[in-house]
Design a protein around this ligand. Structure first.
Ligand SMILES: Cc1cc2nc3c(=O)[nH]c(=O)nc-3n(C[C@H](O)[C@H](O)[C@H](O)COP(=O)(O)OP(=O)(O)OC[C@H]3O[C@@H](n4cnc5c(N)ncnc54)[C@H](O)[C@@H]3O)c2cc1C
Ligand SMILES: *[C@@H]1O[C@H](CO)[C@@H](O)[C@H](O)[C@H]1NC(C)=O
Ligand SMILES: *[C@@H]1O[C@H](CO)[C@@H](O)[C@H](O)[C@H]1NC(C)=O
Ligand SMILES: *[C@@H]1O[C@H](CO)[C@@H](O)[C@H](O)[C@H]1NC(C)=O
Ligand SMILES: *[C@@H]1O[C@H](CO)[C@@H](O)[C@H](O)[C@H]1NC(C)=O
Ligand SMILES: *[C@@H]1O[C@H](CO)[C@@H](O)[C@H](O)[C@H]1NC(C)=O
Ligand SMILES: *[C@@H]1O[C@H](CO)[C@@H](O)[C@H](O)[C@H]1NC(C)=O
Length: 529
């Protein structure tokens, strides 16, 4: 009898706990907690959006860059806290945790899989876009940049302060400092200066207890982890302290096309052999892309070459003439300009566009749906495989690839210097990118992306097939929103972090042992003895 009672009790307990699990976490209590934990000096009201607010939807969509995932009617979304003060960040963490609500941290909202604004368990979006101050110290060549600042804002502030300083980061000016830098942050200064995380020296981080860690209180291990390990597994990054790098007053850029008829395949093959060995002042990106002709049936493929050179047109011409004469660069193709102007050139703004466009925050994202994947390449891709790539590309309506050359300092920075591991031994990194405007086309596009990714498997990195965290790809492994299965986490973790995964899991176990900061591709807290 006693045994039956205890079995019954056990059953009841299990039911009770699973019941507690499915019960809607208390949204009302969360909102009350937020008000209680914030002061009248920095009221939370102006930062708080619930479904009742008329501006809720615009607040949601303005930073949901991939329309595939944008869903402002999501009933799991309890509220958006668009923090206006550090204390709002702290309160959101503490109150979400105590009310068993997950948080999704969003800075620029560029996450390819929407993981900064979607969840299938009750959640709140902690939106950082209003925390965007930037202070530059020219004499120390340093800056503090808040998580919600965009790269365009950072580039502008740097250029206002100095014509010969820069920061190595991505090309798109709307990228948010919070996600972009914590995921690595690479751009066209990569071969000379490495990536963003190579220049991060301090940060302000709100941890799982709502405490602010910075300077002496921010452990060296935690700083290491958020430099490439992704911020969202460890805490909320409020601000970064970065070192700036020297650039000449005048740089040189060009972009030229080669069609298949003009021998693009041969030139691109040769590019594979030389692009990682060029002087590190030169970054020469190749972009195979689908070109739509006058009629839809006239699709073709062209390869676009973009150069960024830290020097004069005359020197660039000499290098191109020696190393890749097949590209046929002429002096008229080359434009000399300041570093800040090169950021416009790379975004394809016409010459003469005012620099102020770098400050734009388009509130209605173009409305595209997209999918991206990545690969690291260690040996040249044979020409016949390139021809097969072009064949698949022709089946898309809008698709391009970026082949980003490695070498330079990327070969010299040790793989464990930061949490970002993809360094020596890569010829280049590929990004595959497809976009479309009609949700009905999603399955066809995802299918074609899989086809191209399968085709490439024998020719790219393996064991594991490496992937770039900033090019988030849910296909490399994922967990459900509220759960972290360690075995599954190791699958995507190894691809993103290679040999650094073990240390990342230990740091996670030290700073967030209860795994509050979890999401579909977060790092699990695991102590490896
Ligand atoms: C058009 C476009 C161009 C791109 N170009 C480049 C490029 O040139 N180079 C490159 O490296 N990448 C590039 N990317 C990828 C980009 O770096 C990543 O999408 C990056 O994560 C974006 O950061 P975000 O803050 O804008 O995005 P979000 O979607 O806000 O965040 C991305 C991830 O970081 C987390 N996160 C955001 N803010 C914080 C914070 N404050 N604290 C902790 N975690 C946080 C989020 O929770 C999420 O997991 C590009 C993406 C797009 C859409
Ligand atoms: C949202 O609505 C609440 C309740 O009316 C209000 O207190 C709050 O200020 C509103 N939020 C914003 C950002 O306007
Ligand atoms: C959200 O719901 C509103 C009101 O029900 C509706 O008008 C709107 O189209 C919905 N938006 C989306 C993206 O589903
Ligand atoms: C190169 O190709 C792109 C994309 O197809 C096109 O927009 C651009 O005009 C072309 N440039 C030149 C110089 O042909
Ligand atoms: C390129 O090199 C050839 C010989 O190698 C030389 O004749 C030519 O003038 C060079 N052109 C430029 C633009 O440097
Ligand atoms: C940079 O671009 C601006 C705006 O187009 C232009 O006025 C300026 O002359 C350019 N400067 C340099 C050095 O390229
Ligand atoms: C998408 O598919 C749905 C259902 O098949 C159809 O009703 C709708 O018209 C389609 N939309 C477009 C833009 O083709």
């Amino acid at each position: 009898m006693r045994e039956i009672v205890s079995v019954l009790l056990l059953v009841l307990l299990v039911l009770a706990s699973s019941d507690a699990h499915v019960t809607k976490p208390n949204a009302e209590k969360f909102l009350r907690c937020l008000r209680y934990r914030t002061s009248r000096v920095n009221p939370i009201n102006e930062a708080l959006y619930t479904h009742d607010n008329s501006t809720f939807v615009s607040s949601y969509v303005s930073y949901a860059k991939n329309k595939r995932f944008s869903n402002p009617n999501d009933t799991k979304l309890v509220a958006i806290v668009a923090a206006k003060h550090e204390s709002h960040v702290q309160a959101t963490v503490v109150c979400a945790k105590s009310n068993r609500i997950q948080i999704r941290i969003r800075s620029g909202g560029h996450d390819y899989e929407g993981l900064s604004y979607i969840s299938s368990v009750p959640f709140v979006i902690l939106d950082m876009h209003d925390l965007r101050s930037i202070t530059i110290d020219v004499s120390r060549k340093q800056a503090w940049v808040d998580a919600g600042a965009t790269m365009g804002e950072l580039y502008t502030k740097i250029a206002e302060a100095s014509k010969t300083l820069a920061f190595p980061a991505g090309v798109c000016p709307t990228l948010g400092a919070g996600g972009h830098i914590s995921g690595g942050g690479y751009g066209n200064l990569m071969r000379k200066y490495g990536i963003s995380v190579d220049h991060v020296v301090d940060a302000r981080v709100v941890d799982a207890n709502g405490k602010i860690l910075t300077g002496a209180t921010l452990g060296a291990d935690l700083l290491w982890a958020i430099r490439g390990g992704g911020g969202a597994s460890f805490g909320v990054i409020v601000s970064w302290k970065i070192n700036l790098v020297d650039v000449p007053k005048t740089l040189t850029v060009f972009k030229v096309n080669k069609t298949l008829e003009q021998g693009a395949t041969d030139v691109l093959y040769k590019w594979q052999l030389v692009s990682s060995k060029l002087p590190q002042e030169l970054f020469l990106r190749a972009m195979p892309q689908l070109v739509i002709g006058a009629v839809p049936s006239q699709k073709s493929v062209a390869v676009r070459f973009y150069a960024q050179f830290l020097g004069s047109a005359r020197r660039l011409m000499a290098i191109m003439n020696k190393s890749l004469p097949e590209l046929g660069i002429k002096r008229e193709d080359c434009y000399e300009m300041s570093w800040i102007n090169t950021t416009l050139f790379w975004q394809n703004y016409p010459v003469g566009t005012p620099i102020s466009v770098l400050l734009d925050r388009p509130s209605n994202p173009a409305g595209a749906l997209f999918k991206s994947k990545s690969d690291y390449v260690k040996k040249p891709i044979p020409k016949e495989v390139m021809e097969k790539i072009w064949k698949i590309m022709l089946n898309f309506n809008n698709m391009f690839m970026q082949w980003n050359p490695y070498g330079g300092v990327m070969d010299k920075i040790p793989a464990d210097a930061t949490a970002f591991p993809h360094r020596k031994g890569n010829l280049f990194k590929i990004q595959y990118f497809a976009l479309w405007g009609d949700a009905n086309a999603t399955n066809a596009n995802l299918g074609l992306m899989k086809e191209i990714y399968n085709l490439m498997e024998p020719y790219v990195s393996s064991n594991p097939r490496a992937a770039f965290l900033n090019y988030r790809d849910i296909d490399v492994g994922s967990n459900p929103s509220g759960v972290t299965n360690v075995e599954e986490a190791k699958i995507y973790g190894e691809k993103y972090f290679l040999g650094n995964l073990k240390r990342l899991m230990e740091i996670k176990a030290k700073y967030d042992p209860k795994n509050f900061f979890r999401y579909e591709q977060s790092i699990p807290p695991v102590r490896v003895m």
